[in-house]
Design a protein around this ligand. Structure first.
Ligand code: HEC
Length: 167
């Protein structure tokens, strides 16, 4: 009888111990999550925002004039390029798969900014406050793809054509 009671007490002890441990783990998770947030040192931030134009970004696109209607030929080329170079990480919806969903990208941002992201990716990732603030969130870095300005413009036309259709 004594043995049975001792066994029961030991079992109860381990049960309460493991319950305790579970709540311990939950609060640990929260701590890890918080420390994983990107921390941008203020000095670094000040250095890049002083002469950086966040609307246009940095790269060879400083002033882009677009036709009212997307060029159908460029749009077709852009579609093929988007499918081969971008669609593994980007959807045209707001769904993030590897990279952020590009919904509304041609409506909410200047074409110069989008085109500089595509062609001058590494420098943009270092200089742009929006991209830097989200970098920690994505597991893969957007690669510098080596596309020409014309190829980037064709992709832009494709994005613009899709987004004018309401996508
Ligand atoms: C290997 C994955 C990958 C590929 C391929 C890729 N990207 Fe990205 N892209 C990313 C990631 C990750 C980000 C987010 C970077 C950040 O915010 O720090 C991003 C960001 C962007 C942004 C900024 C979006 C925003 O809301 O801030 C644009 C625009 C973009 N990519 C366009 C393209 C285009 C167009 C292509 C093809 C030419 C392409 N990307 C290819 C991973 C990729």
């Amino acid at each position: 009888m004594k043995n049975l009671l001792a066994g029961f007490l030991i079992a109860a002890f381990f049960l309460s111990f493991s319950a305790c441990n579970e709540t311990g783990q939950t609060s640990d998770d929260v701590v890890v999550h918080q420390s994983a947030k990107p921390v941008i040192p203020p000095a670094d931030n000040a250095a890049t925002t002083s002469n950086y134009d966040a609307a246009i970004g940095t790269g060879s696109f400083t002033n882009v004039t677009l036709s009212k209607v997307p060029d159908p030929q460029k749009t077709a080329i852009g579609k093929t390029l988007f499918e081969s170079s971008c669609s593994s990480c980007h959807r045209l919806t707001d769904e993030a798969i590897g990279g952020p969903g590009l919904k509304g990208i041609t409506k909410n941002f200047r074409p110069e900014w989008v085109l500089n992201v595509i062609t001058n990716t590494n420098q943009m990732m270092e200089a742009d406050p929006r991209l830097k603030s989200k970098a920690e969130f994505y597991q893969v870095k957007m690669p510098q793809l080596g596309l020409s300005n014309d190829q980037a413009l064709a992709i832009y036309e494709y994005l613009r054509a899709e987004q004018q259709k309401g996508k």
